[in-house]
Design a protein around this ligand. Structure first.
Ligand SMILES: NC(=O)c1ccc[n+]([C@@H]2O[C@H](COP(=O)([O-])OP(=O)(O)OC[C@H]3O[C@@H](n4cnc5c(N)ncnc54)[C@H](OP(=O)(O)O)[C@@H]3O)[C@@H](O)[C@H]2O)c1
Length: 307
């Protein structure tokens, strides 16, 4: 899917995801699946919490594995979900298997999944950079795989996730994955070739925004505010501006114009930002991060091919 077709698909997803505007206001339909998270770290923890809070899954429908037993105990105490130390067993007992370890251990993880997985299971990868083809090559022929790229605001239900279909995944698989990731934020469905760009934008984006918030807070201190007030005002301004844009659906340029009165303060500040090349700097940052994601993905794909 290319060009305007891809844009139309993204647009459809935008609108589908739009119904979630504020956290907690929405409950999800029950998914009626058994989902295993292999690697119970930050991202898996965020998804488990989101899926339970939205009512999409029950604790008895979630399994997780980790090499760290205390983490499994923590998740059991917090959410009532079962923890296992065998990836193979978890894969055998689930019909949705989420690969949520770091990409670096996929060479050990995939053979374990392959031994356990059932013929009718869906495999969902959240690992940055690992191509669908490399995952499919290590699983039984015909396994349905979906690759995703979430981001850390999923931890507070404000994630942005892109989902890409593998060779054998069905429309129903995409619907299911969309429901899973909508439990922690917003979702777009894209072709896999765009996931490096997603990594460069929304995957790495929280780092850019934290830098911007920190810089704005420094600026507030420079003009006389206390650090604490400056940080709160900076962070809330970023949050509120994003919320205003998402909830009104207005073009950012129009919302910017609403703040810029003739001869006023905002236009004076904007002039300085343009003179400092902020727009170009952000474009360059996303472009560089996208290129780095592509490079890392190729390296990891090659490493897995050798196995
Ligand atoms: N964090 C992000 O911004 C972000 C964004 C998008 C996608 N992702 C992807 O999400 C995935 C998880 O990231 P994360 O931040 O949640 O990582 P994480 O917190 O490190 O979680 C991974 C967990 O898996 C455990 N583990 C290691 N080897 C294992 C094995 N063989 N079997 C079972 N568990 C194992 C790790 O234990 P040890 O710590 O002891 O190794 C850790 O507890 C990564 O693939 C990453 O690329 C992350």
């Amino acid at each position: 899917m290319f060009g305007s077709e891809a844009n139309q698909e993204a647009e459809r997803c935008w609108h589908r995801s739009e119904r979630r505007t504020t956290r907690g206001a929405m409950t999800s339909p029950r998914l009626n699946q058994t989902v295993a998270f292999l690697g119970a770290g930050n991202m898996a923890g965020a998804l488990i919490r989101g899926l339970l809070a939205s009512g999409a899954l029950l604790p008895s429908e979630i399994l997780c594995t980790d090499v760290r037993k205390p983490r499994l105990e923590e998740l059991k105490t917090k959410y009532g979900v079962e923890g296992l130390t065998s990836n193979e067993e978890a894969a055998r007992r689930a019909n949705v298997v989420v690969l949520s370890t770091k990409p670096q251990v996929f060479d050990r993880l995939l053979p374990e999944v392959s031994r356990g997985i059932r013929g009718d299971s869906l495999v969902v990868s959240i690992a940055a950079g690992i191509p669908v083809s490399a995952i499919e090559a290590h699983l039984p022929e015909g396994t349905r795989v979906v690759r995703t790229m979430p981001n850390t605001p999923a931890i507070v239900d404000a994630g942005a996730t892109a989902i890409a279909r593998g060779t054998h995944a069905t429309d129903e698989d995409i619907e299911l994955c969309t429901a899973i990731f909508e439990s922690v934020g917003r979702v777009v469905v894209l072709d896999e070739y765009l996931l490096d760009a997603v990594t460069g934008l929304s995957g790495s984006g929280p780092a850019y925004i934290f830098l911007i918030i920190e810089a704005l807070a420094d600026a507030g201190v420079k003009v006389g505010l206390h650090r604490e007030s400056a940080l709160l005002l900076a962070a809330q301004t970023v949050l509120g501006s994003a919320k205003l844009l998402l909830e009104t659906g207005e073009h950012p340029g129009k919302l910017k114009d609403m703040v810029t009165s003739p001869g006023g303060t905002a236009i004076a500040g904007l002039h300085t930002l343009e003179a400092g090349g902020l727009r170009t700097t952000l474009i360059n940052a996303v472009e560089t991060a996208t290129a780095r994601a592509k490079q890392l993905g190729e390296e990891m794909g090659k490493k897995l091919e050798k196995k």
